[in-house]
Design a protein around this ligand. Sequence first.
Ligand SMILES: O=C(O)CCC(=O)C(=O)O
Ligand SMILES: [Fe+2]
Length: 274
Amino acid sequence: MPAAEENLPPIDFTRYPLDSEDPSAMDALVERCRCELDNRQYCSLPGFFRADAIGDILRTTEPLLERANRADSWRNCYLQREKDASLAADHPRNIFNHARYRMIPADLFPETSALKLLYYWPPFQRMVAAIVGVPRLFPNEDPLQPVNAICYGDGDQSAWHYDSTNAFTMTLMLQAAQQGGLFELAPNTRNGPADEDIGYMQEVLMGDRGRVETVSREPGELTIFRGCNSLHRVSPVQGDRLRMMAVFVYEEEPGIRGDPEVNQTVYGRTGLET
Ligand SMILES: O=C(O)CCC(=O)C(=O)O
Ligand SMILES: [Fe+2]
């Protein structure tokens, strides 16, 4: 590999020519993804990372797990853990689901990790900005939040939830579970925190599958989704193989750091000590 290429993220450039000098090389792909994101609230880029690179990432990520925080709680879709007695028992605010997984924060990954190479690579930031329709994206500057791996073992799952702070979320599948661990999404269960479709949300939270979509996830596949207005979850994992997913968060302005209290809940530490 030529020296100049050594520090590029291991994208399959034949399929996704982010390295091209032709500025129109990505146009068709960006357009397809924009339409998918608008219509379904998610878009997928299968085989985005080369298969050989995924093996290396798994080998270097698994040992970090022993230092990862384990979440294990019952929560509603707003990530709250207490009921609101003033509302009906079947109000979404009072419907609780079990969440259990481990989260590897950004500061445990070396700077040379392929996940960080991708996250900090300007052509990737430009591609994502074009897909989500904003002029520019910036890395999150929290020590813990920008690049994570979320890992689910046998019996682990996430609870139906909204991603409250960001307009979109990006994930890269590293390893699928033997069984289960499906990424499920109910498109447009709300238009925003003040405009929720309570009936539709109740339907999803109480197990009706009618409007729920299962999003295909193959190792190396990148997915961009609007988790802020579409309930989503990871179904229970079965079997010994860990389901491992990289999660990336970009910001629309520079200098954004996380809330230390949120960090304490998610990672078991504030991030202020690093
Ligand atoms: O693990 C996944 O596929 C999705 C995780 C998730 O819900 C999120 O990162 O917001
Ligand atoms: Fe989420």
